[in-house]
Write a protein that binds this ligand. Structure first.
Ligand code: NAP
Length: 259
């Protein structure tokens, strides 16, 4: 049994949809006070409604994570509203597709700005409050795409997700004296609203490439983030954990057929 994190202050960037909303729901059920952050207020309001009544208090804040000043403002709001910051889940991300032959400098900049710089800025903004908590935790949502696998159209996305892992290794060392840990979760294919809209045959095909035979649920990622945030995970830092139902394991299609 892990020590309760009820009453702790948690920020989830990209908390209005998909994996971020799943992370927020797990922390809310654990009794944490969660600030969900995104660019669109309508999405944040809808998420707050769906997350209310789970346990901890949910509130919303509009911020663009690729803007350092907006991240500073986000941290200030969390401290004012929830009395500090114990956990930052740096999860906001975008995944537009662009083949190398078509990728523009703007495409590259947009993906790196949100996924990589947005992670760094959110972390930097929260360091003082995380240090003050005495048990600060940072959980970064990376991906199997980039650190472990590739997918045509996602060279820039994969690079941004691998960059997050390069970042956490040195960040973990700099943050250790401040008693802050930083770790990453690497999701496989997770069932989100975006994926649902691709249709059932697409979902079935994707699930067939996973040894466990199913796509991940957002709560699978939320539970991993919650584990990293516990007191008991305090000696783990600079690490990454793949949560993919075994998706990266088969060395070929034949390996899957042999199962
Ligand atoms: P999603 O459903 O599209 O949700 C993205 C969230 O991030 C939304 O809340 C969005 O709200 C917010 N966001 C996007 N850009 C932002 C910005 N510049 N500033 C602030 N908030 C921003 O995405 P998802 O599938 O849940 O993905 C979440 C994370 O998981 C990403 O880092 C992604 O790389 C990673 N991931 C996802 C999968 C998967 O299968 N879904 C697999 C591996 C990794 P607004 O649009 O209102 O800003």
């Amino acid at each position: 049994m892990f020590t309760s994190i009820a009453g702790r202050s948690v920020i989830v960037t990209g908390g209005s949809k998909g994996i971020g909303r799943g992370i927020a729901s797990i922390f809310a059920k654990a009794g944490a006070n969660v600030l969900i952050v995104g660019r669109g207020q309508a999405g944040l309001d809808a998420a707050a409604r769906s997350l209310s009544g789970l346990g901890g208090r949910i509130s919303t804040h509009q911020a663009e994570v690729s803007d350092r000043a907006a991240c500073d403002d986000m941290a200030r709001v969390a401290v004012e509203r929830n009395g500090g910051i114990d956990v930052l889940c740096a999860n906001a991300g975008i995944f537009p597709s662009a083949r190398l032959t078509d990728m523009t400098p703007e495409d590259l900049e947009a993906v790196m700005a949100t996924n990589f710089k947005g992670t760094v800025f959110a972390v930097q903004a929260c360091i003082p409050a995380l240090e003050a908590s005495g048990h600060g935790r940072i959980v970064v949502t990376s991906s199997i795409t980039g650190p472990m696998t590739g997918f045509p159209g996602w060279a820039h996305y994969g690079a941004s997700k691998a960059a997050q892992l390069g970042f956490i290794r040195t960040a973990a060392m700099e943050l250790a004296p401040k008693r802050i840990t930083i770790n990453a979760v690497l999701p496989g294919n997770i069932k989100t609203e975006g994926l649902d809209s691709m249709g059932q045959s697409y979902l079935d095909q994707m699930a067939a490439s996973v040894p466990q035979g199913r796509l991940g649920e957002v709560e699978d990622i939320g539970n991993t983030a919650l584990f990293f945030a516990t007191d008991e995970a305090g000696y783990i830092t600079g690490q990454s954990l793949v949560v993919d139902g075994g998706q990266v394991l088969p060395e070929s299609l034949m390996a899957l057929q042999e199962m």
